[in-house]
Ligand binder design. Structure first.
Ligand code: PAF
Length: 274
């Protein structure tokens, strides 16, 4: 596995390379990321993982500075999982001048749910992802379903801008308790880690009710919010939405239930397709 830091090195490594599958990450890798790398392996001749903590997608009060940088360990894990190239640029390499040109995804998709609590987040994500796509020119890119809205926003960007890239959605990897693997789980204390499993449990209970025939979205969402709050969580949202565009369900359509909530200082998100 080669580790490249500059765009020039990346281009040199990629020339003559078989079709690439890209796994974009911000590092602090866990089993969820490694499952993306394994999936990438099945879809392309070469796997590139990027590690870049993208300042553009953090609000001023968020955890950009303290976001765990675990580069050596990340590289060991990637090498052991069959990654060919790690692209780990500096900020100056990706943003050599202020990034005035940005990709603004449509408000109907980007200013709801995560976009309400994290305004500008998806503009930051789309801008860096488009830049990574331009640099790596992958045939395929893998995004985890845990970040459900992110995957959808990127998928639609690729479609509407006619980028020649197949976006593959990877299933969420969970701990035995059901807790979705996330880089931010490392912020949790031991006691919080145990409690964190409740997010998935509460979503699963709502899913069970929907599968049993309930269509009272508002009541279901309210019950889930109350169940979280009763155990010390500060929920941002629990929402039943259409999978296709995250709009409020009006007729029978494939659904997803999504949630975001803070436990102590740690903000966790999760979702289940119904
Ligand atoms: O999901 C992430 O880790 C980030 O949002 C991504 C896609 C790497 C863009 O910075």
């Amino acid at each position: 596995m080669r580790v490249v830091r500059t765009i020039a090195q990346l281009r040199a490594e990629l020339s003559g390379c078989p079709p690439v599958a890209l796994v974009p990450t911000m590092g602090n890798l866990h089993d969820g990321h490694l499952s993306l790398v394994r999936l990438a392996r099945q879809h392309a001749g070469a796997v590139v993982a990027s590690i870049f903590v993208n300042r553009l997608q953090f609000l001023p009060h968020e955890d950009f500075a303290e976001y765990p940088r675990t580069f050596e360990r990340d590289c060991e894990l990637l090498a052991a999982t069959g990654c060919d190239i790690v692209f780990a640029p500096t900020e100056a390499e990706i943003y050599p001048e202020p990034q005035d040109y940005k990709v603004a995804p449509p408000p109907a998709l980007a200013d709801i749910l995560e976009g309400v609590v994290r305004p500008g987040f998806f503009t930051g994500v789309c801008t860096v992802v488009l830049k990574l796509f331009n640099l790596v020119q992958p045939a395929t890119a893998i995004f985890g379903k845990k970040d459900y809205q992110q995957r959808l926003v990127v998928h639609k960007m690729v479609r509407q801008l006619a980028l020649p890239i197949e976006i593959i959605a990877a299933e969420t990897v969970r701990e035995e308790t059901g807790l979705a693997r996330s880089s931010r789980n490392s912020y949790l204390s031991d006691a919080q880690h145990v409690e964190a499993a409740r997010l998935h449990v509460v979503l699963q209970e709502a899913v069970d009710e929907i599968r049993a025939g309930s269509r009272e979205w508002a009541a279901l969402e309210r019950r889930a919010l109350v169940a979280l709050s009763a155990h010390g969580w500060r929920p941002d949202y629990v929402a039943v939405r259409k999978r296709a565009d995250l709009s409020v369900p009006c007729a029978d359509a494939p659904l997803v239930i999504l949630a975001a909530a803070k436990l102590g200082r740690t903000r966790l998100i999760d979702n289940i397709e119904i």
